[in-house]
Design a protein around this ligand. Structure first.
Ligand code: ARG
Length: 321
């Protein structure tokens, strides 16, 4: 008799590997879905250097008042649609701290214990954001599981890991999609898999404009994904097309407008205003669209998804926000 096994912890680099191992989504363990998001206000937000192509045009051009209003509107759009938002205070001098998706991976163990894996940021200027996020999660009772990090090392083998900028959970499953190539290194996943013990589907990012996985890939539900094929290798496209029953491919124009940097809550998709073709496709698939404006944050290479971090709200200890 053949026994059907949970795929367990394993790095899955391509479709061949997937098929050889008879991978099926049905066999992957269920994941309780996060029920709140964490945001960090843009009090000190600015564009002071160039870490991605979007920042070239944004240098010193941020309207901080407008940024504050856009951030507040996003927060209210989420809250008005039933998504509780918690906030982490901004720290002076950390101009990118508003991008809450990058400093840690938030997960939950098979036993239902939430944890974080702190990021190891590629740019020195962003490394100081991470301790603020660690402290917040620690105070809320999350376990902190760390990747091996040697920040003083200059070796070519140094690991970088930019949290949910590059690592995105498959909806409802203990299955992770891991982007690498620009910010996060492939090697990060060799270590991550030993820590979080879930299968990881690897996606090489091949276009430096789409420097984080979250700029080009947005799972909408466990069988549908919104993605920009031009950001991926042939193997990556095959992997995505094999695992998801339905794929909605967005144009480069919409991808550049951060259409894939969306967040999903139930049937609602929150995304940057103006991606007409993508919105039509989402409506055809039965999703509701909630458009918001993030022009100031796009100057830094970020939009809706980058500014939010999925968390488990019930972990708060009494007396905290
Ligand atoms: N300026 C930030 C950086 O380059 C933007 C990060 C946007 N976040 C994201 N998840 N894509 O690091």
């Amino acid at each position: 008799m053949t026994t059907v096994k949970d795929p367990g912890k394993r790095l899955i680099p391509d479709r061949k590997d997937l098929l050889e191992r008879n991978f099926s989504l049905d066999l992957v363990a269920a994941r309780p879905m996060p029920d709140a998001v964490l945001m960090c206000p843009p009090e000190y937000f600015d564009v002071v250097d160039i870490k991605n192509v979007f920042m070239k045009d944004g240098l010193s051009k941020v309207d901080r008042d407008l940024a504050a209003r856009q951030w507040q509107s996003l927060k209210e759009a989420l809250e008005n649609n039933g998504v509780p938002v918690k906030t982490l205070p901004a720290a002076a001098g950390l101009e990118d701290m508003v991008f809450a998706a990058n400093q840690a991976l938030v997960g939950i163990s098979r036993e239902g214990e939430p944890y974080i894996v702190p990021g190891i940021m590629r740019h020195t200027s962003r490394q100081n954001e991470v301790p603020h996020y660690i402290d917040w999660f620690r105070s809320k009772g999350y376990r902190v599981l760390s990747l091996p990090d040697d920040l003083t090392s200059n070796s070519k083998d140094k690991i970088y890991f930019e949290g949910h900028g590059d690592a995105i959970w498959h909806p409802e499953k203990l299955l992770l999609w891991g982007g690498y190539g620009h910010r996060t290194t492939y090697s990060a996943y060799n270590h991550l898999i030993d820590i979080i013990e879930v299968p990881i589907l690897l996606l090489e990012l091949t276009d430096s404009t789409f420097y984080h996985l979250d700029t080009a890939f947005c799972p909408l539900d466990h069988q549908t994904v919104l993605y920009y094929p031009g950001a991926f290798s042939k193997d990556g496209i095959e992997l995505i097309e094999t695992v998801f029953e339905s794929t909605i491919a967005v144009s480069r124009e919409d991808a550049f407008n951060f259409a894939c940097n969306a967040i999903v809550s139930g049937n609602n998709v929150f995304l940057e205003r103006g991606s007409v073709a993508t919105c039509e496709a989402l409506l055809d698939y039965g999703f509701n669209i909630v458009e918001v404006e993030t022009s100031e944050f796009r100057k830094s290479g970020g939009s809706v998804f980058c500014m939010t971090l999925d968390i488990y709200k019930d972990q708060s200890s009494p007396g905290t926000k």
